[in-house]
Design a protein around this ligand. Structure first.
Ligand code: 3HC
Length: 325
C-alpha cells in the first residue's frame, strides 16, 4: 500500500490538515518511515522526543556505573575492553541526541531537563556497582535486556531513530558477549570469584526485569506508541522474551537466578517467574533509588565543569563558518 499524495492543495491557503493526517496514517499503516521533513501529529513528535531523550540520557548516565571500574580493571585487556564499551555508550548517547534534534529538540535543553529531574533515564543505572563481577553482569543482563528491548526499535516508524538503533544494537551485542565471557572466566576461577558472580547476579536480576517498564496495564504510553509504530511490542512481551533467553544462559554459566518461582511452563512455552517489586521501581524512577542523587550530581558537574569546552568549540565553529563565508 502506498501513501496518498502529500496534500490536497487548497487554492487559497495552507495544506489541508485532514489530508496531512491521512497521509501520515497511511505511511504508518504501510509500515513505511516518517522522516524529519514529513508532517507528523504533535503527539507523535512529543512522544518520540520523550522516548529518544530518555534513551539518550540512559546511555550517558549508563557510563557511570561501569566507568567506576576503569581504573580498577584487573588487566590491561579488561581495561581496554571496558574503556571501548564505555566510549560506545557515549557514542550511542550522541546518535540519539542527534535523532532528537531532527525533531526540533535542543540538546542542551534536554540535558538541563535530565539534571533538573524533568526527564527520566533508565531505572537500572541507579544501582551501584559493588564488585568487579558487576561489570560482567551489566554486560550479560543489562545489555542483554537492552538488546531485547531495542532490536525491535530498529523497525521503529521514525527513520532517524530506527537507523540509529541499527548501529547501537550491533554494539550492544558485543557488549553482551564481553560480559558473558568475563563471567565465564570468573566462573572457571576461584570459589571467591564464583561467589562474586553469584552476588552480582542476585543484585542485578530483578532490576534488569524492571528495565522493560511497567506491566502493560499500567503503561500509559504503550498503546498509542504501538499504534504509531514507535514501539513494536508491549513491555510484558519483551520482558518474557528476556526471561526465556536468560534462564538457559544462567544454567550454562552455573549461577542461580534469585527467583524460586522460575519454572518452565510447557503449556505456554515460556518460563514463569515471580512478582516484580513495582513499589521499588516507582521509588527508583521518581528519584529515590540507591544511586540517583550521585548519578545526577556527577552529570551536573560534568556539564558545568566542561562548559568552557562547549563554549570554545562553538566559538571556533562560528569563526570557521565566518571565514568560509
Ligand atoms: N526506567 C525509567 N523510566 C521508565 C522505565 C525504566 N526502566 N520504564 C518505563 N519508564 C517510564 C516511562 O519513560 C514513562 O515515563 P513518562 O511517561 O513519565 O515519560 C513511564 O515510566 C511509564 O512507562 P511506559 O511503559 O508508559 O513508557 P514507554 O512506552 O516509554 O516504555 C520503555 C518504556 C520500554 C523503556 C520505552 O521508552 C523504550 O523502549 N525506550 C527505549 C529504550 C531505552 O530507553 N532503554 C533505556 C536503557 S538504555 C540502555 O540500556 C543502555 C545500554 O548501554 C545498556
Amino acid at each position: 500500500m502506498s501513501a496518498p499524495a502529500l496534500e490536497r492543495p487548497r487554492a487559497d491557503g495552507p495544506p489541508d490538515p485532514a489530508a496531512l493526517q491521512e497521509r501520515f496514517d497511511a505511511t504508518i499503516a504501510a509500515g513505511q518511515r516518517i522522516e524529519p521533513r514529513d508532517w507528523m501529529p504533535g503527539g507523535y513528535r512529543k512522544t518520540l522526543i520523550r522516548q529518544i531523550a530518555q534513551h539518550a540520557h540512559s546511555e550517558i548516565i549508563g557510563m557511570q556505573p561501569e566507568g567506576d571500574w576503569l581504573l580498577a580493571a584487573p588487566s590491561l585487556r579488561r581495561k581496554a575492553i571496558l574503556l571501548a564499551k564505555v566510549q560506545d555508550e557515549a557514542g550511542h548517547g550522541m546518535y540519539l541526541y542527534a535523532a532528537a534534534e531532527t525533531l526540533g529538540a535542543d540538546r542542551a535543553d534536554l540535558t538541563d531537563k535530565l539534571i533538573e529531574g524533568r526527564q527520566k533515564y533508565s531505572s537500572i543505572f541507579n544501582y551501584p556497582t559493588l564488585n568487579y563481577a558487576d561489570v560482567g553482569v551489566i554486560g550479560w543482563l543489562v545489555d542483554g535486556a537492552a538488546i531485547c528491548n531495542q532490536v525491535p526499535l530498529c523497525r521503529s516508524s521514525y527513520g532517524p531513530y530506527a537507523r540509529a538503533m541499527i548501529r547501537i544494537c550491533k554494539e550492544e551485542s558485543f557488549h553482551q558477549r564481553q560480559g558473558y565471557e568475563l563471567l565465564m572466566t570468573m566462573m572457571r576461577g576461584t570459589p571467591e570469584q564464583r561467589a562474586m558472580v553469584q552476588d552480582a547476579v542476585d543484585r542485578w536480576w530483578w532490576p534488569s526485569l524492571m528495565m522493560f517498564g511497567p506491566p502493560d496495564e499500567d503503561s500509559p504510553n504503550s498503546a498509542q506508541s504501538m499504534a504509531w509504530g514507535i514501539k513494536r511490542h508491549g513491555n510484558d512481551e519483551l520482558r518474557q522474551r528476556y526471561v526465556d533467553m536468560s534462564v538457559p544462559q544462567a544454567a550454562f554459566l552455573g549461577v542461580t537466578l534469585p527467583d524460586p518461582e522460575i519454572a518452565w511452563d510447557a503449556e505456554t512455552g515460556h518460563y514463569r517467574f515471580g512478582r516484580i517489586d513495582w513499589a521499588e521501581f516507582k521509588r527508583v524512577i521518581s528519584g529515590d533509588g540507591p544511586a540517583n542523587a550521585e548519578r545526577i550530581a556527577r552529570r551536573r558537574a560534568a556539564r558545568d565543569d566542561n562548559a568552557w569546552v562547549v563554549e570554545a568549540a562553538t566559538s571556533y565553529a562560528q569563526k570557521q563558518a565566518e571565514a568560509a563565508a
